[in-house]
Design a protein around this ligand. Structure first.
Ligand code: NAG
Ligand code: NAG
Ligand code: NAG
Ligand code: NAG
Ligand code: NAG
Length: 219
């Protein structure tokens, strides 16, 4: 390695570091997700740039595009020059099984920070929402519960992405004084691939979706 190249390399590094130190990049990147709604959020330390308006630019790309050594990846724009610390990527039609890289940088008065990046895979990381609708109708001593699938941001069933989607149902009995008896019942089988089930003599029914969500219905 020639000395001239080495010096240039050092100078180049120094410049990058100096620029990065001037304007801190965003940090704490996180995706708030529900079904196919994805909102990237981040923090940014205002620091010395306090008096200036700050803008953020968000990009995204399929991760495999970054592996190509031949050409630099074509980053897509998520949000351009927003002052919010969030970017709604819902309408970008991300492929549910894909792995993406999101990146965001801060800009103040024409100076850009370094990019902060994070990976995101909807299939593994997006939260599954609750049933989009639950309808109850008493039928004699039975109760019909009609559960509608969680919906994507385009109002399609999330079953298109999770073929094995099923519902957990729990119910409690209520005593005469209105107290809920402590232990919940689980109907005879706790998974229904389809939508209509019957439960006898229930007063309170709780329907759980996935492990995260639940809906309490009071009758
Ligand atoms: C995504 O969810 C957020 C938070 O609930 C909401 O504000 C936003 O409008 C949703 N985006 C779309 C495109 O529906
Ligand atoms: C930065 O954002 C402000 C609003 O926060 C806007 O007025 C301004 O035009 C933006 N700057 C650039 C370079 O886009
Ligand atoms: C913005 O940048 C210009 C040129 O680099 C400089 O003259 C000006 O003082 C800066 N403004 C602020 C508020 O830092
Ligand atoms: C989804 O359905 C809701 C309620 O019917 C409606 O308000 C909304 O506009 C629909 N969204 C789309 C993207 O079709
Ligand atoms: C499940 O419910 C859907 C919609 O009500 C219906 O079209 C489908 O035939 C049902 N599947 C089975 C196996 O009963």
């Amino acid at each position: 390695m020639s000395a001239a190249f080495y010096v240039c390399f050092l100078l180049w590094c120094f410049q990058i570091n100096a620029a990065g130190a001037q304007l801190p990049p965003p940090h704490n990147l996180n995706v708030i997700s529900m079904n196919t709604n994805y909102t990237l959020i981040w923090d940014w330390d205002q620091g010395s740039a306090e008096s200036c308006a700050v803008n953020f630019t968000t990009h995204y790309v399929a991760k495999f595009m970054l592996r190509s050594k031949k050409k630099s990846p074509n980053w897509n724009t998520g949000c351009e020059t927003t002052s919010h610390r969030s970017c709604d990527l819902t309408n970008k039609n991300l492929f549910y099984l894909g792995i993406y890289v999101f990146r965001v940088r801060a800009s103040v008065n024409g100076t850009d920070s370094d990019w902060a990046t994070m990976d995101f895979c909807p299939d593994e990381e997006a939260a599954l929402g609750p049933p989009s609708k639950v309808a109850l109708s008493p039928e004699g001593r039975n109760l019909d519960i009609v559960i509608s699938d969680p919906l994507s941001s385009t109002n399609r069933s999330m079953r298109e992405h999770h073929e094995d989607l099923y519902f957990h149902i729990r119910y409690w009995e209520r005593s005469a004084d209105g107290q809920v008896r402590s232990s919940p019942h689980t109907p005879p089988t706790n998974s229904w691939p389809n939508q209509t089930i019957f439960i006898c003599n229930t007063k309170i029914i709780r329907i759980q979706k996935s492990s995260n969500f639940n809906l309490l219905l009071l009758m």
